[in-house]
Design a protein around this ligand. Structure first.
Ligand code: SAH
Ligand code: SF4
Length: 433
């Protein structure tokens, strides 16, 4: 989501005549996009912003803008703490950026933290895009779920879906500009359109699937409580929607899930996994997990480990719980000591790693369909892409393959990617057997 916001900022600045600088030192405007979902990224954001003091000393005319969740959370306190920051731009401020920069150019220091619920125009150009083949597309903002540990509803505001007409127009624009994969973004995509009476998420997916030239669609994040049978059907019937789902479970213990206010039990979650696998036996399922939520006992943690075993996730992101401002969990008493959280995290990560390695190794000797996203980090003659389950696959190949679907025979499973050789191109021209 933050990456998408960075793209929006880059497009907007490009439309005003700005060009990307090669480093902060060369920049007239430095925009720092921040995340505060956990304590760690917040510390990183603070130290990065702090380090920009030297820039302002060396280049007094340069403007420093802090955007994103930290800006929303702290507002004008950031102006007080850092006298080299010129503009604090809250999470709803991007459509106002150009006007605010004009005011800043006149020497003002400003903090904009209103929730405007305006999405503004997004110019779907390639500026700032991490990859022109695979593009993000935000379909909704904010969240109404108020999971007790989560700062998102407080810093991003209430859930609001973008009108389907705008989403479709942007999707078509992105595909016309070379995108072959779209990743639809929202905190809870399964509730798209329900609040404002627009089309539902499965219907939106169907309409986006109809865009000619688009090869793959993904979406994130799905909230387990709102994952519907209709969505599963839509995925199972589509040849464009990747058979991959990120379904954050957070904990395997009913006690903890209740305290987290997640709105489902362990059994509810397991039933949805079963339904997904009944309809799509090969679906790749990934998750997010939190250890050390206040009051989490050893039994609760053991329930999380057993759920991870039972579901057999392809992979998972796991985090130590950290108190976030404004949240209900921050006010809970029974905090888990840091040492216990670290031990639980290490144990969980070990289990996830073992499972992930087993999944990776099983693919050696199999052919996988890869959407080629561009040159790999190894440089010329080495291409990179993702298979349907989102794993990175590297293989020898030429630049012109970017944007095509190819078939790759997996020869080696490395910790973070698969390596192989191409056997088919999308146009069915056989390369080797
Ligand atoms: N909307 C998504 C999650 C967005 S936040 C969902 O509902 O699943 C991304 C992840 O950060 C969460 O899934 C959670 O695992 C983690 N997270 C959020 N708040 C946290 C906190 N206070 N401490 C530790 N991890 C947290
Ligand atoms: Fe946070 Fe829960 Fe909303 Fe996800 S669903 S953004 S975890 S409040």
């Amino acid at each position: 989501m933050n990456e998408y916001d960075s793209e929006r900022v880059a497009s907007l600045l490009a439309s005003r005549g700005f060009v990307p600088a090669s480093s902060e030192m060369d920049a007239d405007v430095v925009f720092v996009n921040t995340c505060t979902v956990r304590a760690k990224p917040q510390h990183k954001a603070y130290s990065f912003v702090g380090r920009l003091k030297w820039l302002k000393r060396a280049k007094p005319h340069a403007r420093v803008v802090v955007g994103g969740c930290l800006a929303q959370q702290e507002g004008k306190k950031l102006l007080e703490r850092f006298d080299h920051v010129d503009l604090v731009l809250g999470t709803h401020g991007i459509p106002r950026l150009a006007g605010l920069l004009d005011e800043v150019a006149l020497g003002q220091r400003l903090a904009f933290t209103e929730f405007t619920y305006e999405f503004g125009e997004h110019l779907p150009g390639p500026q700032g895009a991490a990859n022109p083949v695979s593009r993000f597309l935000t379909i909704m903002q904010g969240c109404d779920n108020f999971c007790s540990y989560c700062v998102v509803p407080h810093v991003r505001g209430r859930e609001i879906s973008r009108p389907s007409g705008d989403v479709l127009a942007e999707a078509r624009g992105l595909v016309a500009g070379g995108a072959r994969e779209l990743i639809l973004l929202g905190q809870n995509v399964n509730s798209y359109g329900l609040k404002n009476g627009d089309i539902t998420f499965p219907v939106l997916l169907g309409m986006i699937s109809g865009i000619e030239g688009l090869l793959r669609i993904r979406f994130t994040t799905s909230h387990p409580k709102d994952l519907s049978g209709e969505l599963m059907e839509t995925m199972a019937e589509s040849d464009k929607i990747a058979r991959q789902i990120h379904l954050p479970v957070q904990s395997g213990s009913d006690n903890v899930l209740g305290m987290m206010n997640r709105g489902y039990t362990r059994d509810d979650y397991l039933r949805k996994i079963e339904m997904l696998r009944q309809k799509m036996p090969d679906i790749a399922i990934t998750t997010d997990l939190i250890v050390g939520f206040p009051g989490e006992t050893e039994e609760d943690f053991a329930d999380t480990l057993s759920l991870v075993e039972e579901v057999n996730f392809l992979s998972g992101f796991s985090f130590k719980y950290s108190d976030r401002p404004f949240t209900a969990a921050a006010r809970l008493k029974d905090k888990v000591p840091e040492k216990v959280k670290s031990r639980r995290l290490a144990e969980l990560q070990e289990l996830l790693k073992t499972r992930n390695t087993a999944h990776q190794v099983r693919l050696v000797g199999e052919a996988v369909e890869v959407l080629v996203t561009g040159e790999s980090r190894l440089g010329k003659g080495q291409m990179s892409g993702r298979c349907e389950d989102f794993r990175v696959v590297n293989f020898p190949g030429e630049d012109h393959l970017a944007g095509q679907l190819v078939e790759v025979m997996v020869e080696e499973a490395l910790p973070n990617c698969l390596r192989g050789r191409m056997i088919f191109r999308a146009d069915s021209l056989e390369i080797s057997s």
